[in-house]
Design a binder for this molecule. Structure first.
Ligand SMILES: O=C(O)[C@H](O)[C@@H](O)[C@H](O)[C@H](O)COP(=O)(O)O
Length: 240
């Protein structure tokens, strides 16, 4: 694990999305040039979706063989398939469809209308991600919330850093909807690259807490690290 973080500062949220998208495309081409299928974890949230849209509309995206990239999510809102609030649905038009990503490469979390309980869905997604866990995640995107949460891992949850399951059920989320599914910090920290997305004045405290290396109970975003690199895509607003 590398302790130091790299900080990429852009002039605006949109510029940060483009910066992350360009680097994403570059990493995917490098991993494919090395003969592997990239294993990627996507995030929801405003900037996370903008990164996907910037990727979908980038001329450079054609350098990637999108039929050879596996896509997972770091968290999902417990809503029915196709619901506008689902993270996978928000990624659909500007990214998944824009790049014609084959459905067998899109590894969605179960939905609330799939006939599973929330706990069963967590177990099901643990099985879904098992092959990628073995291969190692190449990039994990994580939007940072104003309270320092990442994925659906909110401050003060007791098992944040010592979760034994790779995927957990989340209830009473302070960010709606209350029920969610999330990858855990021990799993996230096995990834090669962890990329935090943190822009805008409402995230100033969270950003400062990350740089201050506070504990997970204060800001889960402060304790996530990639084994090769940890990058924060920020903007001038978040610097204060
Ligand atoms: O499902 C979700 O809501 C997310 O995955 C969540 O972790 C999000 O990434 C952050 O809350 C940042 O979201 P914003 O960029 O919209 O502030």
């Amino acid at each position: 694990m590398t302790a130091a973080r790299e900080i990429v500062i852009s002039e605006s949220l949109d510029a940060a999305a483009v910066a992350a998208a360009e680097r994403f495309i570059r990493v995917l081409t490098e991993v494919q040039a090395a003969g592997r299928a990239p294993q990627v974890v996507l995030t929801g949230g405003t900037l996370g979706i903008k990164v996907l849209e910037a990727t979908g509309s980038s001329a450079a995206a054609s350098r990637v063989d999108w039929s050879n990239v596996d896509l997972y999510w770091g968290d999902e809102r417990w809503m029915p398939n196709g619901h506008a609030d689902r993270n996978d649905e928000q990624a659909r038009e500007g990214f998944l469809e824009a790049l014609s990503i084959p459905t067998d490469r899109i590894h969605r979390f179960p939905a609330s209308d799939d006939g599973l309980t929330l706990d069963e869905a967590a177990v099901r997604y643990s099985a879904t991600i098992a092959p990628a866990m073995l291969a190692g995640f190449d990039v994990v995107f994580l939007g940072v919330g104003p309270d320092g949460h990442v994925a659906s891992l909110f401050p003060a949850r007791p098992d944040l850093t010592d979760a034994t399951d790779p995927v957990i059920a989340v209830r009473n989320s302070p960010k709606p909807p209350p029920e969610r599914l999330s990858l855990t910090i021990p799993l996230i920290n096995t990834a090669h690259r962890v990329w935090l997305l943190c822009t805008g004045a409402p995230k100033r405290e969270a950003y400062a807490n990350v740089l201050a290396n506070v504990g997970a109970e204060t800001a889960p975003a402060a304790v996530v690290r990639g084994t090769d690199e940890t990058v924060i895509f920020a903007d001038t607003e978040v610097l204060g």
